[in-house]
Design a binder for this molecule. Structure first.
Ligand SMILES: Nc1ncnc2c1ncn2[C@@H]1O[C@H](COP(=O)(O)OP(=O)(O)OP(=O)(O)O)[C@@H](O)[C@H]1O
Ligand SMILES: [Mg+2]
Length: 303
């Protein structure tokens, strides 16, 4: 594993949002000049690498730059500086055609509010990405049915999104990402609109799917419980910067500054307790408090 190539390499990504009449001089930022009025540095010199099969969590308060960063990875937002490589391919160097192909086949994204197409059935919604890829009708129905089975929604295939609860709709969002069979999944707060119990179930579902499929994922969340349950590694983001990166254990036990400390302070007690009662600490043995209830995490997520 140590010598495996990286599936994703992100180097020195910057994104600065500048008001219309304000000219962006990236070289000023790179040489350490302070922020310019009328410009927001949403992502500041972020680098990280992921190996196949890792679940990497990005956590941070609202406005810290999480969504901007993950959108930069597939150039839904164009970064102002830096490199992104997926399986060695230079995403920044791609022309439009290549980029479109890359987005259709190599990477899939799940958003907070998935926005299913209301006048298409669940099956058609899931198969839609395959249609864009030019997959024939029969084949795409077959593949869509397979992933709907994986997320437990096959019997809803002929229904419309309005018949499904929020949690079920988000499962469709995940099915829609999975059907692309992309190596890299980007999930931007996919569960944050769900109530705590459903959210816990969705996390279980994701862990189960991950044990089976071994995808590489970046998962954005505000929620430390969720980060601890799902992540192999995580980063805490503040004002566009990665203030700390490490295993969930590192982050909880050795918060780098006060900001990280604030995120982890409640969790630390639970974590320490679990560590002393269960011996060596493992993320899968953390006992988070979800919706005020203690819930035991199933070990053996395959990670
Ligand atoms: N299109 C834009 N134009 C100008 N500023 C923007 C734009 N998009 C984001 N920003 C700013 O960039 C910063 C980072 O925003 P971003 O949406 O990436 O944060 P976030 O961490 O995803 O927040 P949340 O948790 O609320 O989703 C914020 O200050 C935001 O106001
Ligand atoms: Mg966001």
């Amino acid at each position: 594993m140590a010598n495996d190539p990286y599936l994703l390499e992100v180097e020195n990504i910057w994104k600065v949002f500048a008001e219309k009449d304000s000219v962006l001089h990236m070289e000023d930022y790179l040489s350490g000049k302070d922020d310019v009025s009328g410009q927001v540095v949403a992502v500041r010199d972020v680098s990280f690498k992921l190996k196949q099969g890792e679940v990497y969590v990005i956590m941070g308060l609202s406005g810290s730059g999480k969504s901007t960063l993950i959108r930069c990875l597939l150039r839904l937002i164009e970064p102002d500086h830096g490199h992104v490589r997926v399986k060695g391919q230079d995403v920044m160097a791609m022309g439009l055609k290549e980029l479109t192909e890359f987005r259709r086949t190599q990477v899939a994204m799940v958003f907070q509010h998935y926005g299913l197409l209301p006048h298409r059935t669940i099956l058609e919604n899931v198969a839609f990405g395959l249609k864009l890829q030019g997959v024939k009708h029969k084949e795409r129905e077959k593949q869509a049915q397979e992933v709907l089975e994986k997320v437990g929604l096959l019997k809803w295939a002929r229904h419309y999104p309005e018949h499904l609860s929020g949690g079920m709709q988000q499962r469709v969002g995940i099915a829609r990402a999975l059907v692309q069979d992309a190596d890299l999944l980007l999930l931007d707060e996919p569960f944050s609109g769900l109530d705590p119990l459903i959210r816990g179930e969705m996390q279980d579902e994701l862990l189960r799917l991950q044990a089976e499929l071994q995808k590489t994922m970046i998962f954005v969340t505000h929620d430390l419980n969720e980060a601890l349950r799902l992540g192999n590694r995580m980063a805490v983001m503040k004002q566009g910067i990665f203030v700390q990166e490490g295993t969930p254990h590192d982050i909880v036990m050795n918060p780098a500054d006060e900001y990280v400390q604030r995120f982890v302070q409640n969790e630390r007690q639970v974590y320490l307790l679990t560590e002393t009662t269960e011996g060596k600490s493992k993320v899968s043995h953390v006992t988070p408090l979800i919706g005020g209830k203690k819930e035991k995490i199933a070990a053996g997520s395959g990670r």
